[in-house]
Design a protein around this ligand. Structure first.
Ligand code: MIC
Length: 644
């Protein structure tokens, strides 16, 4: 049978189900990736399962998010994770070693394998020909326990690349072009597979940039072939033994088609505050800026820093501009030093930060009030930078470096210089000293839990009837950054649900917590628009609202990972059969759903009564029988315990 790369990957890992778009399939997971901001819960969940050691081929825990140590909380988490890795048989990437996605690609990625990660940017490993999917932490804990990963079979969207990127245009502009065409929900229910002659000039790290931000299109994941370029990349990383070719069969077809001629692209930029608001840089050129920021999993390559260094070489950045350099990893930092590139950045005025995610998730480097920040990061959801009503734009390293020099948004093609040539070196410095291997089997190891690491709250089973007020009504594309914000004030509470729940919906409604607590026992509802819960995989965006008594979310549609997180933690995700009914429900209306336990087992349609308005609405759940069972029990955790 003629197959594309995606179909080969899925077929090779299929445990059950039909590869028909929309059907539930179960996949074998070879590798898992966790990072500290989601990983502490994963380890607590894994501990609760009572399984002594991970059953995957490889599992790696990274510490890259919560690096600022204002008090004991983050360092306590680091030590907890270290002890969990030793006890359960995971690799541990120490704080300062770097951002999970590029480090995983360099050190552990293997073409043809599956990777499940508790981070929505896990698809970045698709750059090596892996099937890499982001999921809620609990599902990653299940995969670590050897359980399959369930999802609805996506459509495969083939994107043919032709031509060659012009000077001053790079991989970030390719994914920004996809976002310009399809916005933040254009990839939902799809796996994007890139192919065609244009691939020849995109290195695996360029492909990483494109695969990483496929998450911003709402895609399940992004896949590239494992071709000769991947072989060369693995050789440079001293891992040629990991190489295995994986390419589409000749004449392979796709469910949907798209074509991008790389030669026709120009520098692009996403405006505040959505990765989907993309325009050519020239249209907004001249706006005064405060900050440019280079780094993150969305522009992690040596090339991305090198090109910036070569652009600012021998010059000074504008005196208003904070020129923030966030190296991806210790290894890249060492190579920037040995290639004499770091000095160029520092001399030009760079503020050098430690290797990690840092300001990408609001851990420091917040921009000044009302001022423009140009970033090479993947997301610019409102307030994510740490500053309220921020003005964050997303762009390539070329645009960021050019703008740092001029102090205003600058199309890099307008600089009075030639595009500086940079070729990836064939031989680089490799540094694995901050990756600790799992401890030998049989060693007695205790988990080191600090006072901020709190057990998960209990999850009551679904009651027979649901009745409560609508505590919040929101519009389309609400991100998990708005449901459960990140940032330096909030992230240290990722291991403490009662504490972190105080910040739920804070960017939208500062009084939500207080009102929710008043209805915590009775329960409450939230009404959302299209693509509710886009963005991060953080299961805290379901767990914390659940702790506050949220029983169901009524929305026009949901983002994939958040939908699953709601189900995992016993919150009913329901969609309107008639989307216009969204208009009819108002804040504080009291909604009633009778005999819900039986109703969700009988079929997909449910009738909800609005007691305040005396009218009814039809809603639909799209849960499989397995997922209905979770909701009835109150959470996937309860279901696992019951079956043990
Ligand atoms: C993000 O970009 O939002 C993150 C940081 O990678 C998150 C992880 C988190 O919330 O901890 C993600 O996308 O999953």
């Amino acid at each position: 049978m003629v197959q594309n790369v995606t179909q080969k990957l899925i077929a090779n890992h299929l445990i059950s189900g039909e590869m028909e778009p929309g059907a539930e399939i179960a996949l074998r997971i070879d590798q898992t990736l966790t990072q500290d901001a989601t990983g502490t819960l994963v380890m607590l969940e894994f501990e609760a399962m009572g399984i002594p050691r991970v059953k995957t081929e490889l599992s790696v825990q990274y510490v890259d998010h919560n690096l600022i140590q204002e008090d004991f909380k983050n360092p306590d988490d680091h030590l907890f994770l270290r002890s969990a890795c030793k006890k359960f048989g995971l690799w541990y990437s120490r704080p300062g070693n770097g951002v999970s996605h590029p480090v995983h690609m360099e050190r552990f990625g293997v073409p043809g394998k599956t990777l499940l990660g508790s981070d929505s940017h896990t698809p970045a490993a698709g750059s090596l020909g892996m099937l890499a999917i982001g999921a809620g932490g609990l599902e990653v804990a299940m995969a670590m326990a050897g359980e399959p990963f369930y999802m609805k079979m996506p459509k495969v969207w083939g994107v043919k690349l032709t031509g060659r990127l012009p000077d001053w245009v790079s991989a970030k502009d390719v994914i920004l072009e996809m976002l310009r065409r399809h916005d933040v929900d254009g990839g939902r229910g799809k796996i994007i597979e890139y192919y065609g002659p244009g691939l020849a000039n995109l290195t695996p790290m360029d492909r990483h940039v494109i695969a990483n931000m496929g998450a911003e299109l709402g895609a399940t994941t992004t896949v590239f072939p494992a071709d000769g370029a991947v072989k060369e990349f693995l050789e440079t990383q001293d891992r040629e033994e990991a190489w295995a070719e994986l390419v589409a069969d000749p004449n392979a077809d796709y469910d949907e088609h798209e074509e991008i001629n790389l030669s026709e692209l120009e520098p692009l930029i996403a405006l505040p505050s959505s990765p989907g608001k993309v325009v050519p840089v020239r249209e907004v050129a001249g706006r005064e800026i405060y900050q440019t920021y280079i780094g993150s999993s969305a522009n992690p390559g040596l090339r991305d820093f090198a090109i910036a260094a070569l652009i600012v070489d021998g010059k000074q950045v504008h005196d208003r501009v904070s020129f923030d350099i966030n190296p991806t990893s210790r290894q890249i930092l060492e190579n920037l030093i040995s290639l004499e590139l770091l000095g160029k950045l520092i001399h030009a005025g760079a503020r050098l930060h430690q290797a990690g995610c840092n300001g990408c998730i609001g851990m420091g480097q917040a921009p000044a009030t009302g001022r423009i920040s140009l970033r090479t990061v993947p997301r610019n959801f409102p307030g994510r930078s740490g500053t309220k009503e921020d003005q964050v734009y997303l762009c390539s390293p070329e645009t960021a470096a050019a703008s740092a020099l001029t102090g205003e948004i600058t199309d890099p093609r307008s600089l009075a210089m030639d595009y500086p040539p940079f070729r990836e070196p064939k031989s680089i410095r490799i540094n694995i000293s901050m990756l600790s291997p799992p401890a030998e089997k049989g060693e007695e190891i205790a988990l080191e839990k600090g006072p901020n690491i709190q057990p998960l709250p209990p999850f009551e089973p679904l009651p027979d009837d649901l009745e409560g007020p609508v505590l919040l009504k929101v519009g389309d594309d609400i991100s998990t950054d708005e449901i459960m914000p990140a940032g330096a004030r909030v992230l240290p509470f990722r291991s403490n649900i009662p504490e972190i729940s105080k910040f739920v919906f804070e960017p939208i409604d500062e009084n939500y917590y207080q009102r929710a607590m008043e209805h915590q026992q009775q329960g409450s509802w939230v009404v959302g628009g299209e693509n509710y819960g886009q963005g991060s995989s953080r299961e805290h965006a379901a767990l914390a609202p659940r702790y506050l008594g949220l029983k169901a979310v009524l929305a026009k549609s949901f983002a994939r990972i958040h939908w699953q997180n709601l189900v995992n933690f016993g919150i009913l995700p329901l969609t309107f059969v008639k989307p216009d009914d969204w208009e009819r429900i108002e804040h504080s209306d009291v909604l009633y759903l009778a005999d819900v336990r039986n109703a969700i087992q009988r079929g997909e349609k449910l009738t909800i009564s609005n007691k305040t308005k005396q009218e009814d609405y039809e809603l639909r759940h799209s849960m499989s029988p397995r997922q209905v069972e979770m909701i009835l029990e109150g959470s996937l955790i309860n279901l696992i315990r019951k079956k043990q």
